[in-house]
Design a protein around this ligand. Structure first.
Ligand SMILES: Nc1ncnc2c1ncn2[C@@H]1O[C@H](COP(=O)(O)OP(=O)(O)OP(=O)(O)O)[C@@H](O)[C@H]1O
Ligand SMILES: [Mg+2]
Length: 135
């Protein structure tokens, strides 16, 4: 998955992939140390077990995605990017409407926006889907 905080990734995953895929997200371990390494380990293990896996993080930049593409390749799995391209304003509104830990600082959303590079087939994806809601 690719997209800003509040864009609707987890909602989309629930509706489209949760029935068929193991859902991995660093958000599942908010207090763990070395969450990135842990996530990579979990993804590799699930793939080795033959499971389909979805990584539900913002993954805004190629450097975030390259290790995931490599993990899929190493396991002989096809790899797909789903970019939830919700307008920044909408993401900020949805984020504002959240409570507790789900609500992230506005600067966090803006930082992700600053790092966001749309996924490209040159990164190794077999398939890229862009999800845009009708205005
Ligand atoms: N298509 C949609 N239309 C309206 N509201 C939506 C839609 N998708 C998600 N939302 C709402 O927007 C909020 C954020 O959605 P969601 O938690 O799926 O975002 P996220 O991309 O997973 O965010 P994060 O990166 O912070 O985990 C939620 O309150 C959700 O109910
Ligand atoms: Mg989410």
């Amino acid at each position: 998955m690719v997209g800003l905080q509040g864009c609707g990734k987890s909602t989309w995953v629930r509706e489209h992939l949760a029935a068929t895929h193991a859902v991995v997200s660093k958000d599942h371990w908010p207090h763990a140390r070395h969450r990135e390494a842990r996530q990579r380990r979990v993804v590799a293990q699930l793939l080795a077990e033959g499971r389909s896996v979805v990584v539900d993080n913002t993954n805004p930049a190629p450097e975030d995605r390259t290790p995931l593409v490599a993990a899929a390749r190493a396991a002989g799995a096809a790899v797909r990017a789903v970019w939830i391209d919700t307008p920044l304003e909408t993401c900020l509104e949805r984020n504002e409407a959240r409570t507790g830990r789900a609500r992230v600082p506005v600067v966090g959303v803006l930082a992700t926006r600053g790092r966001l590079v749309p996924p490209n087939t040159e990164e190794g994806f077999d398939r890229i889907d862009v999800v845009r809601e009708p205005p």
